[in-house]
Design a protein around this ligand. Structure first.
Ligand code: 26Y
Length: 817
């Protein structure tokens, strides 16, 4: 019976030990003396995965019994990070497992190091999706995370001669103990061909889509545990050929052609696109989006019909959250499934569709708003293009009846007719959803008043904000045990489920013994990171230095190069003998550049060049060090945040939708230097301006500067010290002779400077001088650090998920023990 099966899944030390050994023997085929760390890790992971599935089965049984409303989170990206440590925490068996392994002379920490993380996303958006699965599971929200099982995730970044180079991410190479394949859960997906409009036997109009290619998506499930209780799954689709082998071709003797079809089908989910800004007209990318959306929607309709009689109540049992526009073809696909496959009338279907989807926007950057050329979309998805035109024609009709001008109507249309006609996916998502939200207060305001302002005036109640949040169980409890234990000693462990509890730390801010321990923990974490840096880059940094950290995707709008200008200014100051005020500091960078993003790759080269110069100059290298940590990932991030003193959040105001790294740093006691952008605004509000280093223009000031006609060259001429720094960029000294190396950056800053580095320069440098002053007063710094952590309660993903549940989804938790 299932009860018996689950009795093997106990949580005592003895039970964990015996099932670990069983898994090692029966599933890995090894005994401890002959096993590698990878074997041991795999056996432990399998033992833990079984326990995670047990929680999932319990939760699902209860949800089914109640026929409760569920959330389907649609995301083309996930960045779950390593599973093992989190699952142990969530099952409450970290100590028991450590002891069980110790009795076998195995160190848990060694096994944790073995795990290869699934890099199935680019950055913030993918990581957010994973934080939300964690929070939904914790709160017992009936939910599934749907996505794509990329065989190769985000590329592995290596630094060669100072440049980024990309290698494939073979994350499945040694197998994946966390997933279970479900060959019986598979759906057919069609592409290309044509449509035929005719009448069915009842003389009803009927559309038939005759594709020229079909494949199937198979489900791969990974359990995601909540803290001490519920379990949900992340269901990722892998593309496969419908027949694994083309028998007619094979029998005809053409073995090669028989296999070719299989290979072509499997290509679809082969690799994640490593871009996080524009990706114009990539056919395979559109196919990926449609593929996962179609599988997921078919799965949802199937699950709905198991328990309900009609698809007309779909929106009462499911709500689907679109993580940006990447899954927004869903709107047309659900219409197709309801109208063409399930014979629902257009109006009914449209009503159900608009009550089912909600859309989260993650960017205001015009170049990042997705559009698909009409010709491409019609070629790959002919029926969907017809449906989009039908939705659009009805929508524009509605607008004509309201008081919109012709110009407004053209700008709201789902089709952009200005150049090559293309479909505006954000408009499709907005029209097809019952709610649209941004990801921070500032971003939601700008979304409503600028990017989608006409839609907001048409449907004001449709727009809302849900400020992003993070999994602090991962980014504090698991990754920073030193600080976690210190916090728990003082205020108990209630903060594991109620982050607001951290507020109690304010009572101890003047407690000198506590302050002392606080700095000791940070120093310990810095020693660990210093070792890791040494190992990874060969650069030695002293743990006593101020660790000034800038980790995130490399983008001009995020302004890593503003940080570089600051470093160069310090370098020149030290060289000219004016460096006494500068506290010893290590500048630590990390982040990937999209492989085709010229400027971003130059910026990486610039950082490594500055590093070579600075780190090898005995006149400066006792004062400053510059490190570029290759291959930033969730796993690496968990080593970095706990050791940071200063968090760099320096995007141009109005450009960073939210940021979530900013939250992870502050939660680990780093102080932030930042602009009034994204969630920085709210972090600053929570921790207090006196505990946050603000600089730079506001969004309104940025707009004013641009409206006036910004001329960066003028600033270059006026500010001698800035000029010295910029000229150093193209000096032989920095580039080792190749003065053309950084000229593109130099020219860009002097001619256009689209992200106003020169405008914010003075304010940034002054702010950094102030930071060094505060840093020298250790007690002052420590108090600010404690107050930052104490006021991070708002930024818990648990709170974000509660907001989504209450204001958007109207979904209730279903809890199990
Ligand atoms: C269309 C394709 C090229 C594409 C792929 C990935 C476009 C965008 C992306 C990823 C965007 C992303 O990561 N956005 C970030 O989302 C975070 C979570 O809301 C925000 O905190 C962060 O400010 C935003 O840049």
């Amino acid at each position: 019976s299932s009860k018996e099966a689950q009795e093997h899944l106990g949580l005592t030390k003895e039970e964990i030990k015996s099932s670990f050994l069983e898994n090692l023997f029966y599933r890995i085929g090894r005994i401890p003396p002959l096993a590698s760390n990878l074997d041991l890790y795999s056996a432990l992971a399998l033992a833990i995965r079984d326990r995670a599935f047990k929680q999932f089965v319990k939760s699902t049984t209860e949800i089914a019994r109640k026929n409760a409303k569920s959330v389907a989170y649609f995301s083309a990206e996930y960045l779950p990070g390593p599973h093992l440590g989190m699952n142990l925490l969530n099952l409450g068996i970290t100590t028991e497992t450590r002891q069980a392994l110790e009795e076998l002379d195995i160190k848990l920490e060694d096994l944790l190091e073995e795990e290869v993380e699934p890099g199935l996303g680019n950055g913030g958006l993918g990581r957010l999706a994973s934080c939300y699965l964690d929070a939904m599971a914790t709160q017992g929200i009936p939910s599934v995370g749907y996505g794509i099982r990329y065989e190769y995730g985000i590329f592995k970044q290596e630094i060669k001669d100072g440049w980024q180079s990309e290698a494939t991410d073979k994350w499945l190479h040694f197998g994946n103990p966390w997933e279970v394949v479900r060959p019986e859960i598979a759906y057919e997906v069609k592409f290309g061909g044509k449509t035929e409009h005719g009448q069915d036997f009842n003389k009803e109009l009927h559309v038939e889509w005759i594709p020229d290619m079909k494949l199937k998506g198979t489900a791969y499930d990974t359990p995601v545990l909540g803290y001490k209780g519920n379990g949900i799954i992340m269901r990722l689709w892998r593309s496969e050929a419908i027949e694994s082998f083309d028998f007619s071709a094979y029998n005809g003797g053409d073995y090669y052609r028989a296999v070719e079809k299989k290979i072509r089908s499997e290509n679809l989910t082969k690799v994640l696109y490593p871009n996080d800004e524009n990706l114009s007209g990539k056919e395979l990318r559109l196919k990926q989006q449609y593929f996962f959306v179609s599988c997921s929607l078919q799965d949802i309709l199937h699950l709905h019909m198991l328990q309900n009689r009609s698809l007309e109540t779909l929106h009462e049992k499911f709500t689907i959250q679109l993580n940006d526009t990447h899954p927004s073809i869903s709107v047309a696909e659900l219409m197709r499934l309801l109208v063409d496959r399930h014979d629902m009338e257009w109006e009914r279907a449209w009503d159900v569709t608009r009550k089912t989807f909600a859309y989260t926007n993650h960017t205001l950057l015009p170049e990042a708003l997705e559009t698909w050329p009409v010709s491409l979309l019609g070629h790959i998805l002919p029926r969907h293009l017809e449906i989009i035109y039908e939705i659009n024609s009805r929508f524009l009709h509605e607008l004509r009846d309201s008081n919109f001008s012709g110009e407004q109507i053209a700008s709201m249309s789902l089709i952009d007719e200005r150049g090559e006609p293309s479909v505006r996916m954000a408009h499709l998502a907005t029209v097809g959803s019952y709610k649209v939200n941004g990801v921070s207060a500032l971003h939601s305001m700008l979304l409503k008043n600028q990017v989608l302002s006409d839609f907001a005036s048409l449907w004001p109640e449709k727009f809302s904000n849900v400020t992003n949040g993070i999994s602090y169980r991962r980014f504090l409890a698991v990754s920073n045990p030193g600080l976690s234990n210190l916090i728990t000693e003082k205020i108990g462990d209630g903060w594991y489920t109620r982050l607001d509890d951290l507020k109690k730390l304010e009572n101890f801010v003047e407690d000198e013994e506590f302050q002392q321990k606080w700095t000791e923990v940070k120093l310990e974490n810095k020693k660990v990171l210093a070792c890791y840096i040494q190992e990874q880059t060969g650069i030695s940094v002293a743990p006593e230095m101020l660790f000034d950290v800038h980790v995130k995707r490399i983008h001009e709008y995020k302004r890593q190069h503003l940080k570089v200008l600051h470093i160069l200014s310090l370098y020149l100051r030290i060289k000219s003998g004016n460096g006494n005020e500068i506290a010893p500091c290590a500048f630590i960078f990390g982040g990937k550049a999209a492989p085709g993003y010229f400027m971003a790759k130059r910026i990486i080269r610039l950082i490594t060049a500055v590093g070579e110069r600075v780190n090898n100059d005995p006149e400066v290298n006792s004062k400053i060090k510059v490190v570029f940590l290759p291959n930033f990932s969730v796993k690496q991030a968990q080593k970095v945040y706990p050791a940071a003193d200063l968090s760099e959040q320096v995007s141009l105001a109005g450009k960073e939708a939210s940021g979530t790294g900013n939250m992870k740093f502050a939660l680990n006691g780093a102080l932030t230097v930042g602009t009034l952008d994204g969630a920085n605004v709210e972090i600053c509000e929570e921790v207090g301006e006196e505990n946050f280093f603000l600089f730079g223009l506001t969004t309104a000031e940025v707009e004013a500067v641009k409206a006036e006609g910004y001329r960066p060259y003028k600033l270059y001429e006026e500010n001698a010290r800035l000029r010295e720094v910029l000229d150093f960029l193209v000096s032989e000294e920095l580039s080792g002779g190749d003065t053309e190396l950084f000229r593109p950056i130099y020219e860009n800053l002097l001619q256009q400077d689209p992200y106003l580095l020169l405008k914010d320069y003075e304010s940034y440098i002054n702010c950094q001088d102030h930071i060094h002053e505060v840093w020298r007063n250790k007690k002052e710094w420590t108090k600010k650090s404690i107050l930052n952590v104490a006021n991070m309660g708002k930024f818990s993903a648990d709170r974000s998920i509660r907001d989504y549940c209450e204001e958007i989804w109207k979904v209730e938790p279903v809890r199990v023990s």
